[in-house]
Write a protein that binds this ligand. Structure first.
Ligand SMILES: C[S@@+](CC[C@H](N)C(=O)[O-])C[C@H]1O[C@@H](n2cnc3c(N)ncnc32)[C@H](O)[C@@H]1O
Length: 324
């Protein structure tokens, strides 16, 4: 199905500039068919999005001085502003914004009108497309990590961008103090759980696997311990060079705005594939999420390690090996 940007171009509501175009933060399923892939650079923080566009022959995350930009509006307000600032820092040409109503496109449109010339917005499919000409955005947040007043580095749009997540704090406290060996922090975010792992002296290595390059960048500023290493990758298909002793995770359970346990279930299967025959998974989740069947299917042993009225910590060990 044609996307909103595509329809806006077809119907003459948006005119793409001649020359190179940078597309900032497209989604995996963004329809970029009106753009010429030979003249377009995709700019993304997400490994999954990079892989999807690279696989389809697009150029990803390369430096460019474009004639114009397309910004696919992210969800978080600070990330929206940071993307617009980035777009204006790359080009003096038009910035075409494509955003969903549920992500607050109306509010950002209003803010843009105060600082730039903005076209009439074209409404379609519960969202809007509009074009910004000129304007200054250099007082808006940058698309990079900054240090918070609590001493942690974070970046616009990262998970738990304004504090420590309660589920992660619960897991960090509940992990055995004598945990040892090589550990994978699956979906490591800005590194909170990795820090807790590195507090355990018998932990020899922590692989921080994270989809979001900005979160990983923040994690590297939060963690200077040489035992930790970053991997910008999709947890669902990242494989360590040798199997590991433990996987620790607070898996994501949203795809877009909707709750979707499939991603967390995928994390469980991926964790099982990373572990040694007696390897162990430590997973925290909101109580209502349906992970138990997947855990039972992927591991020989499963126990409820700890719980609160909101969260459960599962401890699963000895992954099942399937042939073929
Ligand atoms: C619930 S957060 C936990 C973050 C961090 N461990 C913490 O405790 O603060 C889940 C993390 O998984 C990351 N993530 C989502 N999908 C991913 C994927 N396919 N591969 C790797 N990381 C992913 C998100 O960016 C997010 O940082």
């Amino acid at each position: 199905m044609a996307g909103r940007l595509s329809l806006a171009v077809d119907n003459g509501h948006v005119v793409l500039p001649d020359g190179a175009i940078v597309v900032i933060e497209p989604r995996e399923d963004s329809d970029l068919s009106p753009l010429d892939s030979a003249e377009t650079v995709i700019s993304t923080r997400f490994a999954t999005v990079a892989a999807r566009f690279q696989g389809a022959g697009w150029t990803v995350n390369q430096e460019v001085t474009p004639a114009g930009a397309v910004v696919v509006l992210p969800r978080a307000r600070d990330a929206q502003k940071a993307c617009l600032r980035r777009a204006r820092s790359l080009t003096d040409g038009p910035i075409i914004v494509d955003g969903d109503k549920t992500d607050g496109v109306d509010a950002i449109l209003k803010e843009c009108r105060k600082r730039a010339e903005v076209s009439d917005a074209w409404s379609k499919a519960h969202g809007k497309v509009f074009t910004i000409t000129g304007g200054r955005f250099d007082d808006w947040p940058e698309l990079e990590p900054t240090e918070g007043s609590d001493g942690w580095w974070r970046a616009p749009g990262v998970f738990s961008g304004d504090g420590v997540d309660k589920a992660s704090a619960f897991l960090a406290d509940a992990l055995p103090k004598d945990l040892k060996g090589r550990v994978v922090d699956l979906g490591a975010g800005w590194g909170y759980l990795t820090t807790a792992l590195l507090d355990r002296p018998a932990v020899t290595q922590v692989d921080m696997v994270e989809n979001d390059a900005l979160a990983l960048d923040a994690a590297q500023r939060n963690i200077t311990d040489a035992r930790a290493g970053p991997h910008w990758a999709d947890a669902l298909n990242w494989v360590p060079e040798t199997p590991v002793d433990h996987v620790v995770t607070n898996p994501p359970f949203h795809v877009g705005r909707a709750t979707d346990p499939k991603l967390g279930q995928g994390f469980i299967r991926a964790a099982a594939a990373m572990l040694k025959p007696r390897g162990q998974l430590w997973l925290v989740a909101n109580r209502h999420l349906p992970y138990e069947e997947t855990l039972k299917d992927a591991f020989r042993t499963l126990e409820l390690h700890a719980e609160t009225s909101s969260f459960k910590i599962f401890h699963a060990s000895s992954p099942n090996r399937r042939k073929g």
